[in-house]
Design a protein around this ligand. Structure first.
Ligand code: ZN
Length: 200
């Protein structure tokens, strides 16, 4: 079971949300389940995912935490790991894939460590191993989150960017980050440029 869902039920949820029952989300489901089993009941938990790949979707499908509501943050170390913590005390549980535990699961190991070329991957066997292994490929550690480092920023004052004319938090500087050329791969959207009246 993955948080009260059977493996097949969860695979259906993942497929509807993500487009396919991606192995990373299926393992992620077992990681969320393991974390919840290790946390004291009744707390209010936020979560940090250490990768943007797959794992955040498992969290968003199985818990009230989402990127949009701010209870899920991605801090991309590239490790396939998540950490739930009590939002008032910072005490929590970190779950990660433990390479020592992969030896008995050759399909998972080959896929996870990218040892098996994609063309040689046996998806059915991989999914069967993921189902059988459950959280058996994971280890858990206690963590203590420094709450001042994850505090939600209160929204400050808003300014109109003198270049594009759009509202943005004035603490970001005298121009919005788009117009400073820091962020976007499609230009800054300068006032009037390329604007369409309506789309049909
Ligand atoms: Zn601007």
């Amino acid at each position: 079971m993955i948080m009260s869902h059977t493996f097949d039920e969860f695979a259906g949820m993942v497929k509807a949300f993500h487009g396919s029952a991606a192995p990373g989300i299926m393992i992620g489901g077992s990681m969320v389940d393991l974390a919840y089993r290790c946390l004291p009941r009744g707390g209010i938990y936020d979560v940090i995912c250490e990768t943007a790949k797959c794992l955040p979707d498992a969290v968003q499908l199985l818990t009230p935490c989402s990127i949009g509501n701010g209870w899920l943050k991605v801090m991309d170390t590239g490790r396939f790991s998540l950490a739930f913590y009590d939002k008032y005390t910072g005490e929590g549980t970190r779950v990660f894939i433990d390479p020592e535990k992969l030896d008995v699961w050759p399909e998972i190991r080959g896929w996870f460590l990218k040892l098996t070329p994609k063309a040689e991957q046996d998806t059915a066997r991989l999914m069967k191993e993921i189902e059988e292994a459950g959280s058996g490929v994971c280890s858990v550690e206690k963590i203590n989150v420094s709450l001042d480092l994850v505090e939600k920023k209160k929204g400050g004052p808003i300014a109109l960017c003198p270049s594009c004319g759009e509202p943005y938090p004035s603490e970001r500087g005298s121009l919005c980050p788009a117009c400073k050329g820091e962020m976007l791969p499609y230009g800054s959207g300068r006032r009037g440029g390329g604007r369409m009246d309506e789309c049909r």
